[in-house]
Every structure is written in C-alpha cells, then in structure tokens.
Design a protein around this ligand. Sequence first.
Ligand code: PRP
Length: 171
Amino acid sequence: MPIDYVLLTAGQIQVRVRELAADLERNAREPIHLVGVLKGAFVFLADLVRAMEGPVTVDFLAAASYRSGTVSSGEVELVRDLDATVTGRDVVLVEDIVDTGLTLQVLQQVVRSRAPRSLRTVTLLDKPSRRQVPVDVDCVGFTIPDCFVVGYGLDFDERYRNLPDIRVLTP
Ligand code: PRP
C-alpha cells in the first residue's frame, strides 16, 4: 500500500496533545493513572504524559484484535495485563484510535470490573463512521474519515509507527 498524503502534521498533533493533557488534568485532585493500550498508543502516551504537569502514573495493557488485512474479525483478546492495581484509582485509558469500538469495549469492561474510582478514555483518533458497538470516549483528539492511517504509533503490518505525522495509505 503506498502512502498517499499527510492527514495530520506533527505540529497539529503536538498542539492537540497539549490541549488533551490540559483537559484531562482540569479539576483532577488525585494522581491520574494513565493506562496505554499497546502497541499503537505508545507514541501518543509518551507525548501526552510529558504534556501533563502531574502527579501521574503509567501502566500498559495490550489487546490483540484479529484482522485479515485491514478488516477486523471482531475477536479481541487481552494479551498483556496491567502491572499495578487500578482499584480506587482515577484511570484514563489511552488509545491511539477507536475504529469499530470492539477493542475499547473489552478493555473498558476489564478495567471497570476492577473497581477504579473513575474511568475515562482518551483517544487521539476517532473513526465514528466505523463503529460496530457503542463506547464512551471522553476526549477525542481528531475525528477522521474512514481511511487507513499510519504513523505516530499506528502501523500497517508493523511498519510506519515511527512516522512523526499521520498519513493515509491507499490500496
Ligand atoms: C488498533 C488500535 C486500537 C484498535 C482499534 O490496535 O490501537 O487498539 O486497533 O480498533 P477497533 O476499535 O476496531 O477495535 P491494533 O489491533 O491494530 O494493534 P496495535 O495497537 O498493536 O497496532
């Protein structure tokens, strides 16, 4: 798949990430426990956490959603669990993209079942036109159309995660 065009520049992303960090910290009185969803969210989380003034702690989950090419089969499995307890904490799930919503639905259930004090979700990208299940997302960086995007943590066949911007791939 060749890269077609830049959808979001590195500069646009950095401005929005700072706004999201400020939104998440507004009125926070207890430490915020960020839970990044591997692998895609690692770049976003790294910038988000550095844009926060703290106090903040970080943990990770990993989910595998089974796809053929760019199409999700709908099966989602937790493949890496949290290191630390989330019980009684103010948790923010950090996603790079919400597409069908299937991954987030499962991960929100996993975290909620462990009784956090609060649970919010932030995603850098949202593709609402692809949603198969309803999910609550508290903070969205950018709402994007139904195109296949790579860069800033997002991959195609594990490539392109290192791009500083977000680009569209076309078949
Ligand atoms: C991507 C992304 C989300 C999920 C969103 O992960 O990071 O976790 O897909 O899709 P959905 O809303 O349709 O469930 P992916 O499975 O590509 O793995 P990766 O993060 O390791 O690249």
